[in-house]
Design a protein around this ligand. Structure first.
Ligand code: ADP
Ligand code: ZN
Length: 722
């Protein structure tokens, strides 16, 4: 029952048709006043898991988040959906904070975002204050920050253990996008939520296309790549601040609107750059890997890594910033093993051998991903302990055929080099040795060996690839640690004796890959009208500017794409578009409609809303009569045959209000018209009352407000359309 109301709020306040992943289960758990932990990938929709209960529960929901930079946007977005929300953090003046406190006391506020340090400021003062008001729910965002096993430990999070102690009866929801079993266990223990239900969603991001290219002439390659994406937003990650600065400048020289973002810039500039990016006024942000959590922009179409991230967790989190609106997006990594070596220096955790080993292992796995010849998505999901049985068909490797050739001789040369030098050297040394390098690093005694220089005809890069291939196939092995050496394996002997044939991947720069990719992109792109989409973006920009919010707060790209696909022609068709809730319809509907209709008129197009098939929810169990017909449908059929509500009630021997309840069910599907159940003149007043009272789906207060003239059924009927 409650979940039905949650679903109605999902549609009326947020404009969405159905829940994603575990949203529904998490919401249900909270409404039962139980704790839970929610693990969902970035962009999965964690926020709704606490925002919807916040609206349904009596009292204030407190959201603890370390991302101060995000709070304002989150609150703006909520307010734009008609939700009373505010934040408290160090960026506000005392006066602003006082206002927030007042709104909490007045009981009007539904959601409050606070930084953990603010929550625990000046002893327990704030906690005591919260005790004096009614708190309905605590939501802990980025909950992995509480665990020292995680990759982003924050000591101030440890204090959150107090919450359960101080508010034993208040449910608590912990949310994160990265947490393996160990970290999850840690979260549960440290927050004292031992009976918490765990909801772990799939980490797959099917709308992201993963691609890796060799890191050669990467700047020229980047220019090519960006050229065909001039209208799109993207993030380019670099390892260092100086390379971020110079890359951004170089891109500007080439005519791209690119800005740098890193911790070395002063705050004002950083915020300014971020703001321009969020508002789509700068298309590209060139950022250091250290930065990133502050970017919450739903229409990032591509993420490029110029340098290697230091582990899969970071890579997945960074690429996960693409495509949060669910539209096709891409992740491109420029990869070289040189980067792996370079990063080894950073992997060292001083005075902690064990931790260093963990970091190095993670780095090597990142290298293995870069070098992968099989499905990238499979690899990533397996890393996060998820099984993907089939290749995804939507990554570069799934779209490339790798050519193999007989590499037995090459393998023999490599293996005997390892053997002759005593299995005590790393990759670079072996390559230099094989190529007969004159470098001083090569030991004199090695220069006399027969294998010295036998591989001079093969380039350094190619040797790297071949040796890595031999390791991957188990003909050689690489030891762990900071200075790994290459050693023989049990499979080596057969190669050296010439008893097996070894196949190697042909190392070619895949020239035709780009063509394939291009066609792939157009294949999966939506059949929306690009011109109209661009026009609608301008309408959106105008609203965003005048309200001083990022464009996606008005409508996301995904919503604009639906506009430009289904061409809604009136309010009720607008309501069928994902992302259009009642408040947004009121605020923006008319302007967008005007633009769509104008376009349709010029181009002689009509509504295509009937092409939109709402995602069907699993069918609810219906009440059935003795013949197996469900009672709702009987009323509907009679109604369709032209009988009035009174006549149906009479003939079925039921109350008029019962028949109305039956028919209200069919308003959303369009089988019953709202104005058949409610007098036209009453619709607006009811709608206004619901919004004004922020009533959600509580009929009683609205009835009380409107008085005798309005029936419960009329109010309920209007509510389901909001
Ligand atoms: P997360 O916090 O998990 O990274 P968000 O909560 O910011 O993700 O949600 C990402 C985007 O998905 C937002 O634009 C949000 O409005 C949208 N979204 C969330 N739930 C749904 C849903 N059930 N249907 C459609 N869109 C949704
Ligand atoms: Zn794949």
């Amino acid at each position: 029952m409650k979940i039905a109301r949650a679903k109605e709020i999902l549609k009326s306040q947020f404009g969405y048709d159905s829940f994603r992943m575990n949203q529904e289960q998490a919401i249900e758990t909270i409404l039962e006043k139980k704790d839970c932990i929610v693990l969902m990938p970035t962009g999965g929709g964690k926020s709704l898991c606490y925002q919807i209960p916040a609206l349904m529960l009596d009292g204030l929901t407190v959201v603890i988040s370390p991302l101060i930079a995000l709070m304002k946007d989150q609150v703006d977005a909520l307010r734009n959906n008609g939700v009373e929300a505010a934040f408290l953090n160090s960026t506000q003046t005392a006066k602003e904070q006082v206002k927030v406190f007042q709104s909490i006391r007045s009981g009007k506020l539904k959601l409050l975002y606070v930084a953990p340090e603010r929550l625990l400021q000046s002893g327990d003062q704030f906690i005591d204050f919260l005790k004096s008001v009614k708190v309905s729910l605590f939501a802990i965002d980025e909950a992995h920050c509480i665990s020292s096993w995680g990759h982003d430990f924050r000591p101030e999070y440890m204090q959150l253990a107090k919450l359960k102690f101080n508010f034993p009866g208040v449910p608590l929801i912990a949310l994160t996008a990265t947490a393996d079993r160990l970290v999850r266990k840690d979260i549960i223990e440290r927050l004292n939520i031992r009976d918490a239900a765990q909801f772990v969603s799939s980490f797959n991001r099917p709308n992201i296309f993963y691609a890796v290219e060799p890191k050669r002439n990467s700047f020229a390659r980047l220019l090519d790549y960006l050229e065909s994406r001039r209208e799109e937003s993207g993030i380019v990650y670099c390892l260092s601040r100086s390379s971020a600065d110079s890359l951004a400048a170089d891109l500007r020289d080439e005519g791209f609107s690119a800005l740098a973002y890193h911790a070395g810039l002063d705050k004002e500039m950083r915020d300014g750059h971020q703001e321009l990016f969020l508002k789509d006024e700068a298309k590209i942000i060139v950022a250091t890997i250290a930065f990133g959590m502050g970017i919450d922009k739903s229409n990032v179409r591509f993420v490029v890594h110029m340098d290697l991230p230091k582990n899969i967790e970071s890579y997945y989190q960074e690429t996960g910033r693409a495509g949060r609106d669910g539209l096709q997006s891409e992740a491109l990594l420029f990869f070289s093993w040189g980067d792996v070596n370079k990063l080894k220096g950073f992997a060292e955790v001083e005075g902690n051998r064990a931790q260093t080993e963990i970091m190095l292992k993670k780095l090597n796995t990142m290298g293995a991903f870069g070098d992968l010849k099989t499905c990238r998505r499979k690899f990533l999901l397996n890393y996060f302990s998820e099984d993907l049985t089939e290749d995804c068909g939507h990554c570069d490797n799934c779209n490339t055929e790798f050519e193999r050739f007989d590499g037995t001789i090459i393998a023999q040369k490599a293996l005997s080099a390892v053997y002759r030098t005593g299995q005590r050297f790393g990759l670079s040394y072996l390559i230099d040795f094989l190529r007969g390098s004159q470098a001083k690093t090569i030991r004199d005694e090695h220069k006399n060996l027969k294998t010295y220089g036998v591989g001079a005809d093969i380039s350094k890069n190619n040797w790297f690839d071949y040796l890595k291939d031999l390791i991957a196939q188990g003909y050689l092995a690489q030891t762990e640690g900071q200075y790994p050496t290459i050693v023989l394996t049990e499979k080596s002997e057969a190669v050296l004796k010439g008893n097996v044939q070894v196949e190697l991947f042909k190392v070619t720069i895949k020239e035709d890959k780009e063509n394939k990719k291009a066609s792939l992109v157009s294949e999966v792109s939506h059949p929306y009208i690009r011109d109209l989409f661009d026009d609608l973006k301008q309408v959106r920009t105008a609203f965003a500017r005048s309200e001083n919010v990022p464009p996606y707060v008005v409508f996301s790209d995904a919503t604009l794409v639906e506009f430009a696909t289904y061409l809604p022609q009136n309010d009720s068709e607008m309501r069928k578009i994902s992302g259009v809730g009642e408040l947004k319809l009121q605020k923006y509907g008319a302007d967008f409609l005007r633009e769509i209709k104008r376009y349709c008129e010029i181009n002689r197009l009509a509504s295509r809303i009937n092409l939109k098939t709402p995602k069907r929810e699993p069918k609810k169990r219906k009440k059935r009569d003795a013949d197996g017909n469900d009672t709702y449908s009987i009323s509907l059929d009679m109604y369709k045959s032209g009988l009035s509500i009174e006549e149906i009630a009479e003939s079925r021997g039921m109350a008029k209000s019962t028949i109305e309840t039956h028919l209200i069910r069919f308003i959303q599907s369009g089988e019953v018209m709202l104005d058949d159940l409610v007098l036209e003149r009453k619709i607006e007043p009811i709608r206004n009352a619901v919004l004004r009272l922020n009533a959600g789906f509580a009929v009683a207060p609205v009835k009380e407000f409107l008085g005798e003239d309005y029936s419960y059924a009329e109010i309920r009927a209007v509510m389901v359309t909001m």
